[in-house]
Design a binder for this molecule. Sequence first.
Ligand code: SF4
Ligand code: SF4
Length: 278
Amino acid sequence: MKKIAIASGKGGTGKTTVAVMLSRLLSKKFKVRLLDCDVENPDCHIFFSDAPTEKEEVCVFYPEVDTEKCNCCGRCQQVCEFNCLFVMKDRLMFFGELCHSCRGCKLVCPQGAISEGSRPVGKLFNSKVEKNLHLDYALMNVGEARATPLIEKLKKNLKSGADYAIFDSPPGASCPMAETVAGCNYAVLVAEPTPFGIYDLKIAAKVVKKLGVPCGIVINRSGGEDKIIDNFARQKKINILFRIPYSRKFSCYYSKGVIKENFFPGLADKIIKEMLRI
Ligand code: SF4
Ligand code: SF4
């Protein structure tokens, strides 16, 4: 199974457009799994008439402290990188909202006072949305701070049997984006030819390079001449895969929740050709 991440440093550049269009184009010939990894605000499902159904609740480790067993030795406080535990002379305070579920405190507690608890962080949804095309997405619970456990789970649940998996990455270039792109065969960086666009593209390209994932650029809202992106791509030896032109007709469809795969013919071919070349 080839895994392709669709990422960008910035929100609103057209990642979902490219991810949905590419998935639909590929599903004409291959079995495709589209994973919407933007778990804070998933939106790929809007563009399919059969909305996926809820399948599973995702929980993370949450330490449960037995105050009877705890002798306030302070080992858990020392090991916790996130300052979730504050041990006083005769009691322990736990700030659960800071917990990253690393289990360090449980491992080091000499009294066995910390046991395995769990806490729900979101839900997974999936279903077949079109012939040859499955959509999976996760929705993070309101108030949660970390998106990565849900992205990890989405990727872990990826079933074999598909020819291609397309990951629609969260915006930005922080942990959720890195978690999505890590381990992919190729990353498509979607960028718009503006000063904001190039600023964020540079950061995203750095992260993708650090992760060792080859990449190419799709320019969205291209005006034909996109010097600001072209210069950067030439400098960094990154190929421009495709230019999606400004299109009022496309925007009108998009605003009604319609992305037609044949709007920009050649998009999938160019990306796949480039991916196979590397
Ligand atoms: S699980 Fe990790 S982050 Fe959470 S309290 Fe324990 S040591 Fe700290
Ligand atoms: S390591 Fe265990 S015994 Fe020591 S303070 Fe933490 S919970 Fe209490």
